[in-house]
Unconditional design. Structure first.
Length: 225
């Protein structure tokens, strides 16, 4: 177990170091989020209260698009540098490789959220009634996205037009996850029915579990091909 955790930590730290040195990944994700935030800020119109109700969905659309940029760049740099082939030759389980990649992508997307969500709150004067629900909702939604996204990024990484193929495959499969996490985020900001919140948590936990387990099991076949 200790060896397993150590291998995951090394793989995730490798991705983090590469992204910190090159700075392309995190900067592109962050500036895309900020640019989208500014555009929506100018698009509020004459009824800011009605527009404010849409912010939870807008936040997750921004994160998903920024996350796709990160997923594409993550696998592209592995293939361009020949690192992926070297990793496959090492005596580690392919599932461990998957979790390492997932963890590295998750950390960077959470970093973007930490930098971006406060700006959404300040720009649009959003109330945060349940701060703990907001944090856990962002974390759970991010894990669901990165688990499936890492698998699909591995599938499309060697294909022509991978930048287009990845979102085409990923976004339709994430719709149930996205609906649940938007409802949870909306409750964290504005409150609402506790029953809807509980249903959202059940669906989100179910989809996250399915995506995580299925991606872990299938990743071995993906990288071998």
């Amino acid at each position: 177990m200790i060896l397993f955790l150590k291998q995951i930590g090394i793989l995730a730290w490798k991705d983090i170091l590469i992204d910190l040195r090159r700075k392309e990944n995190v900067l592109s994700m962050f500036f895309f989020s900020i640019l989208t935030l500014i555009i929506f800020n100018f698009a509020i119109g004459e009824n800011p209260k009605a527009f404010r109700q849409l912010i939870p969905g807008i936040i997750w659309v921004v994160f998903l698009l920024a996350g796709v940029l990160g997923l594409n760049k993550s696998f592209a740099q592995e293939i361009d540098n020949g690192c992926l082939g070297g990793l496959l030759l090492t005596p580690i389980d392919r599932g461990t490789l998957f979790i390492g990649k997932l963890l590295g992508t998750t950390i960077f997307l959470i970093l973007v959220q930490v930098l971006t969500v406060p700006m959404f709150i300040l720009f649009f004067d959003l109330p945060v009634r349940h701060f703990d629900i907001l944090i856990f909702g962002l974390l759970a939604g991010t894990i669901g996205f990165t688990s499936l996204g890492t698998l699909l990024a591995g599938i499309t990484s060697t294909l022509r037009g991978k930048e287009v193929l990845l979102p085409i495959l990923l976004f339709p499969m994430l719709v149930p996850n996205l609906i649940s996490v938007v409802k949870i985020t909306q409750y964290a900001f504005f409150g609402g029915d506790r029953i809807d919140l509980q249903v959202g948590w059940v669906y989100l936990a179910s989809f996250d579990t399915v995506f995580l387990v299925a991606s872990y099991l299938l990743f071995d076949f993906i990288v071998e091909d």
